[in-house]
Write a protein that binds this ligand. Structure first.
Ligand SMILES: NC(=O)c1ccc[n+]([C@@H]2O[C@H](COP(=O)([O-])OP(=O)(O)OC[C@H]3O[C@@H](n4cnc5c(N)ncnc54)[C@H](OP(=O)(O)O)[C@@H]3O)[C@@H](O)[C@H]2O)c1
Length: 161
């Protein structure tokens, strides 16, 4: 299982329901990695999508404790156990954890790869991803070159365990 996340200099990922940084090249990277694969997310992250609608050309799995919640083209799971049962149908290499913070925290122990887009901003935030530079067992496998969007520097970094 893999995770994919966009963090700022403090490993912050969101403030309230909002993302911190919108970088078109990062959206493109996310789409390229996840298209044709399985994306796993929390109900709150799903609700931030335009529509909110399922991401096209991907198996969308949403975790919620609300048994009456559903949305078109979405598979709902109501616990981690239900999720694990569901994931048995897919090759683990095709499964991407896409947030938010509660789901990253619960599923990171099962991931072997994390695609981190590191953005050099430090905005007010209340949602974070674990700092992999300070988490035992994780190392940088690949660090892309520095890019810039509207004066904001960012780079794609792959962590492995
Ligand atoms: N920077 C990035 O790459 C990135 C990516 C994604 C999201 N984000 C940000 O992350 C924030 C959202 O994160 P979040 O932690 O607040 O919400 P979240 O993880 O997206 O969703 C939390 C919800 O998932 C459900 N849930 C979680 N664990 C569960 C479990 N074990 N069993 C059953 N249901 C479970 C619950 O839904 P119910 O309340 O329905 O029970 C819970 O309220 C936003 O700011 C968003 O913009 C950032």
């Amino acid at each position: 299982m893999k995770a994919i996340v966009n963090v700022d200099s403090n490993w912050a990922i969101g403030n309230g329901d909002s993302l911190l940084n919108y970088i078109p090249a990062d959206m493109k990277f996310f789409k390229a990695k996840t298209t044709g694969n399985v994306v796993v997310m929390g109900r709150k992250t799903f609700m931030t999508f335009p529509g909110p609608k399922a991401l096209p050309n991907r198996v969308n799995i949403v975790i919620t404790s609300d048994k009456s919640w559903n949305a078109p083209d979405v598979i709902t799971c109501h616990s981690l156990d239900e999720l694990y049962e569901q994931l048995e149908r897919y090759d683990t290499n095709t499964v991407y954890v896409i947030g938010g913070s509660s789901i990253y925290e619960q599923l990171l122990p099962l991931c072997d790869t994390v695609y981190v887009t590191k953005v050099e901003t430090a905005k007010p935030a209340d949602k974070f991803f674990p700092n992999l530079d300070e988490t035992e067992g994780w190392f940088v496998e690949d660090e892309g070159e520095e890019n810039e969007h509207n004066g904001v520097k960012f780079r794609f970094v792959t962590y492995k365990k």
